[in-house]
Design a protein around this ligand. Sequence first.
Ligand code: PHE
Length: 342
Amino acid sequence: MQENLIKIKNDFLSKVEKIQNAEELNSVRVEFLGKNGVLTDAMKLIKTLPNEEKKQYGQDVNVVKNLLEEEVSKKEKFLEEKKLNEEINNAKIVDLTTPNSQEIGSLHPVTITEHKLIEIFQSMGFAVEDGNEIETEFNNFEAVNVPKNHPARDMQDTYYLDNGQVLKTHTSARQNYIMKKYGAPLKVVFPGRCFRNEELDAGHENTFFQCEGMMIDKNINVSNLIYFMKTMLSSVFGKEVKVRLRPGFFPFVEPGFELDCSCPYCEGKGCSVCKQGGWIELCPCGMIHEKVLEMGGIDPNVYQGFAFGLGLSRLAMMNYNINDIRILNSGNLKELSQTKIN
Ligand code: PHE
């Protein structure tokens, strides 16, 4: 083989070896095999050779040309595979069944409101307890002074399970357990999900949240209740609110109240949140009934206490300007994925 062809072959092989990508391969291909490429030029040389050398030279050029073309296609295949492997290795695994899977979630408005309440109560020295969602009939009713067949049971349309237990209709169902667990004195809040067989509309859901609280100690009276409620609600709304009590009937408190707070949005002047009334009904409460204390193992002659059942779902709706309670249990992310608290 002629020296010029050997040099072309060797030059080519050493360049191909260093190639990293398709662009580099293409420019080497053009350099050697293109119209004005090194090998193409070498082929043109054939014309200038004496006749007896032409045949051999032609054969040699073709051998080199085939070799170069074979090397180019081998390298091409190799680079393609390399690229594919890199793509596979670098691919992020995304769950395609999740909508907007790149988006970061946010806490539910009820959860944020609950966290805020817990923080406020903890700062006032309250312990925090969890509760069951399935309760015994005793805890839900008898233990809070609502005996079997008493008409007061009609206040809460209840889901009964086949085994006689109930989906708890109010967080008060945990009162008896907590009195027995802590004894007196105690300061405990216990938020939780409650269930009632409601006709559903913008203001009524069969599944909703409350935040119950109890304080039991010596010499506790209604003024302590008012003080705690006022301090807590002022803290929740981030401004001083007024509270007022109206009589309310609940078998487990005596006296019982509906506690209203002055509308924090319009300062009591009247707006859509307070339905122009200037007051918001937010928190049934009262002094814990003697019988309830007794059933909880606490002597009512020594200790007194107050209890309240704050409407947590209601509070979350106010904080987030949600005007239909059913949104809270829906998958409506537009309304629910709000992170700003008023
Ligand atoms: N458990 C009552 C309800 O759900 C609210 C309440 C709690 C009232 C504590 C008084 C004291 O309606």
